[in-house]
Structure formats: structure tokens, C-alpha cells
Ligand binder design. Structure first.
Ligand SMILES: [Zn+2]
Length: 473
């Protein structure tokens, strides 16, 4: 329970009297129900839990309705937007909204704000209902959390099963999207604070000793419904409808937050993630703000790790110009494997034998001899095979400064961008289900909710909840 809500209801007012009767009734019903479950040999602790939940729900709803009415009655008749005193005031305008305990009805004052030239219900803002379609803050949170994690239909059923709150899929979908857009606005506001030097409060506590900040980037694609219903016309006009779009992500963490288990698997205790459908420019600005939160300006060393995508290294050079750069080891080795398979298309054993000395050089950071080997090889080959080797060679040459893997191992740094790759896979579990289409605004908002959750900043969207556990992600 949040204490500002307790404070705002005067304790001296002995009210909630309408309660005395219902409480006595409730007690009797609850006792009877519980006794029955205790006696029934086939009923378990689960039945007792359900009894208490069912019997208490009505009481909770009435208590909430009464407290909400009091809060509405106490709200000063001023415009919640500009603070101007309202005129032409009338009372008792009812509004019903979904709450954790079922539908609750509150009567509110309405007044005219001359400054805004608009009708206002100040109680709505005080109760946290102003910009919602009739969902209480708790229900707003339920919608945001479930729909960012699972399809709407499933979410509707899960909410009802776990909480008893009935939210039809269409209502739930609208509410989740509204929350997604709100999350997107909040993120922009937080990033803007970082950009303009007002973000001191968002900074993580930093160690006093010098530290390394690791930044990893990646991208994946998502299917959207932007040409929905126009496929036939588009095809007739000779255009293939575009449905696949890129989602861009980045994650940053201090090296001391990365711990390796006995099995050698790395786990990152605390980190900040960004994920966006807004394109590379949006990613760049969001990631820069996130890196600042994680100590970009204070870091003794900054390290960018990613695969070979050109946009990544352009972004890194632009926004993190001083950073060390590292090509993901696995991607580098895949390009050597491409050569191996071009040379020995039918013979896996021969490919494997051929690649061993080159992988060894790669691992040891002997990049110049490795590239020389490939150059010598290319000269000996003809046509297709030569082209194949040339193409991999120019890839590796373009990344030659980014393949210092021995330094990575010596410093206990990641050799690859596995952290962001696994994060992208987790987003894909939600955003890339079969038969599912998204719209830019819709998926950006839901993705943004998921990111607030991952970054343990959920309480910034839903201040009524207690601060979560930073070790959850
Ligand atoms: Zn106003």
C-alpha cells in the first residue's frame, strides 16, 4: 500500500462506517466458507486461498470505492493541467472504471478552465485516471505487463484467471497500447533529460575505481501490417508489399557487472537495454542516453562489440568515437568457415582440417598472418572460388583492427556480442510469433514497455508500485 494514499485520507474522520455492516457479514460468510473447506477432505490449501479471495473481493471493492470517493471529494477545484481555478462547477458526474477489485463508481466535480478553454474533472487526475479509458492505475499496469509479454487474447484470460479482473481482449489491447505510448513519451522525456544534462538522478551509482563500459549492438526483423489489405493492389502494380522491418537494439553494462559461472556462462548482474523500431538514428540517441546513465563519461575504457553490420560501426564512430571496437568472434569465425566451405563444398572433414590453423591465428590475434594466408590463397584460385575468398577477405580486412581477442581474454572482456544477441532473441519471442503482425506505433510502444520492465524502471511508469528488484533481469 502506498503511503501517499493513506495520508490523503484523513484518519480523524471515523468514516468507512458504511463498512461496519458489510464487515460483519463478510466475517460470517468467510468463517463459514473456510470451515466448510477445512472439513471437506478433498479440498486443499488452494481451496482455502480461493475462499478468502472470493469472499474478500466484494469488501475490497467497497472499501476502494469509498476511499476513491473521498479522494475525489477532497480534490481542489483547480485545473489539473494549468492550476487555474475552475468556474461553472457542477457536482456528481459519475464515472465507472475497472479496478483490481472489480468495477468502481465515483462521482466527480466538473468545471470549466478559462485558461485552457476546456472542461476539467480534477478528481480524475488525482485518482490517476485522466488519460485512460477507464482503467485504474493497477489495471493499467496489468494491461501493460501482460500484453508486453503475451498475445492479447491470452493476456485477457491470464488476468482473469489470476486476479478475477475481467478485461475483454479489445479493451485490454486499447489499454496496453495507451500505456505503450505513455511509456514511449516517458522514455523520450528521460532521454531528453540526459541529453540536456538534467539527468543526474538517473545516473547509476558508479564505483570509485576505474571501470570499463561495454556497449553491444545488434538488429533483428519484425513483421508489420503497414500495407495490410493492399497486397493485391501492390502486387498488381508490380510492388511486393513490405512487411519486414528492422528493430535495433543495444545494451550497456560495466565490466564488473559481468560474472562468469563455473560452467563459463556469463551473466550480467545489472545493465541498461534499448530496443527500437524507430531506425538507426533513434537507436543512436537512445543508446547514447543509456550509456550516459551507465557511466559513459566516467568510464576509463569504453568497448563496443557487435557483428560486422556497417550501420553499427558508423554509429559507433559517430557517437562513441573514443571507444575500442571489437568484432564478435563468432561472426569473424563464420567468415572463415564460408571460405572453408567454398574450398571444400562437399567435404566437411577437409573444410574442418583446412580451417583449424586459421581459427588458431584468429584466436591468437595474429590477424596480419591470417589475412596474408587468405591473400596468397586467393591468388592461387580462379573464378568463383577466388571471388568467394576475396569477398570474405575484404570483410575481414575491413575489421582488422577489431579482432584483438587475446586482449579480450586477458582483460576478462567479452569476445562477442552474445549479451545483446540473447536479448534480441528474447524480444523476438514476444514480437515475432507466427501469424502476428504489428504496426510501427503499436510495437514501438509495447517494446518500450518491455524495455522499462527489463531495465527495472517499471516504477517510473507506475509509481504506485514499490521499487522492484534490480537483479531481476
Ligand atoms: Zn487549465
Amino acid at each position: 500500500m502506498n503511503d501517499c494514499c493513506v495520508k490523503s485520507v484523513p484518519q480523524s474522520d471515523s468514516s468507512y462506517e458504511t463498512f461496519a455492516g458489510p464487515v460483519a457479514d463478510w466475517q460470517a460468510r468467510l468463517t463459514a466458507g473456510l470451515n466448510q473447506s477445512v472439513q471437506a477432505s478433498e479440498e486443499t490449501l488452494g481451496h482455502l486461498e480461493e475462499q478468502i479471495l472470493q469472499q474478500t473481493r466484494g469488501l475490497e471493492r467497497r472499501l476502494l470505492e469509498e476511499a476513491a470517493q473521498k479522494k475525489a471529494d477532497q480534490t481542489p477545484p483547480v485545473c489539473p493541467v494549468c492550476g487555474h481555478k475552475l468556474s461553472r462547477r457542477t457536482h456528481d458526474h459519475p464515472r465507472t472504471f475497472h479496478t483490481r477489485f472489480g468495477p468502481v463508481r465515483v462521482k466527480r466535480l466538473r468545471g470549466w478552465c478559462r485558461r485552457c478553454q476546456a472542461w476539467r474533472y480534477p478528481a480524475d487526475a488525482a485518482l490517476g485516471l485522466s488519460d485512460t479509458g477507464g482503467a485504474s492505475p493497477s489495471v493499467q499496469e496489468m494491461a501493460a505487463l501482460t500484453v508486453s509479454k503475451m498475445p492479447v487474447k491470452e493476456a485477457s484470460a491470464v488476468i482473469e484467471q489470476l486476479t478475477g479482473v475481467k478485461l475483454p481482449p479489445a479493451t485490454l489491447d486499447r489499454e496496453a497500447r495507451r500505456q505503450g505510448q505513455r511509456a514511449d513519451r516517458k522514455r523520450k522525456q528521460l532521454d531528453e533529460q540526459m541529453r540536456t544534462g538534467q539527468g543526474a538522478q538517473q545516473m547509476l551509482a558508479l564505483p570509485t575505481e576505474p571501470f570499463t563500459l561495454v556497449i553491444e549492438l545488434d538488429a533483428w526483423n519484425i513483421r508489420e501490417r503497414d500495407d495490410w489489405g493492399q497486397s493485391a493492389q501492390k502486387r498488381a502494380a508490380g510492388q511486393e508489399p513490405q512487411r519486414w522491418h528492422w528493430a535495433y537494439g543495444g545494451t550497456c553494462f560495466r565490466l564488473d557487472q559481468r560474472v562468469e559461472s563455473d560452467g563459463g556462462r556469463a551473466r550480467i548482474v545489472s545493465r541498461g537495454t534499448v530496443m527500437t523500431r524507430g531506425g538507426v538514428d533513434d537507436l543512436r540517441e537512445q543508446l547514447f542516453a543509456e550509456a550516459q546513465r551507465q557511466g559513459l563519461a566516467q568510464a576509463a575504457k569504453v568497448l563496443v562489440i557487435a557483428d560486422g553490420a556497417v550501420w553499427i560501426w558508423n554509429l559507433a564512430g559517430d557517437r562513441f568515437a573514443q571507444a575500442h571496437q571489437r568484432l564478435d568472434y563468432y561472426h569473424a569465425s563464420q567468415h572463415l568457415w564460408a571460405v572453408a566451405h567454398a574450398l571444400h563444398p562437399q567435404d566437411e572433414a577437409a573444410a574442418r582440417a583446412w580451417i583449424q590453423p586459421l581459427l588458431k591465428k584468429l584466436k591468437q590475434g595474429r590477424v596480419a598472418p591470417l589475412l596474408n594466408d587468405l591473400r596468397t590463397l586467393a591468388k592461387r584460385l580462379r573464378q568463383k572460388k577466388r571471388q568467394a575468398v576475396q569477398s570474405e577477405l575484404s570483410y575481414l580486412e575491413s575489421h582488422r583492427e577489431r579482432m584483438d581477442y587475446p586482449t579480450a581474454r586477458r582483460n576478462g572482456e567479452p569476445q562477442g556480442s552474445g549479451a545483446i544477441e540473447s536479448t534480441c532473441r528474447q524480444y523476438q519471442c514476444r514480437f515475432k510469433r507466427p501469424g502476428q503482425f504489428w504496426s510501427l506505433v503499436g510495437d514501438e510502444g509495447l517494446m518500450c514497455l518491455e524495455t522499462f520492465w527489463r531495465n527495472d524502471r517499471w516504477h517510473l511508469l507506475f509509481p504506485h508500485i514499490l521499487h522492484g528488484d534490480p537483479h531481476r533481469n
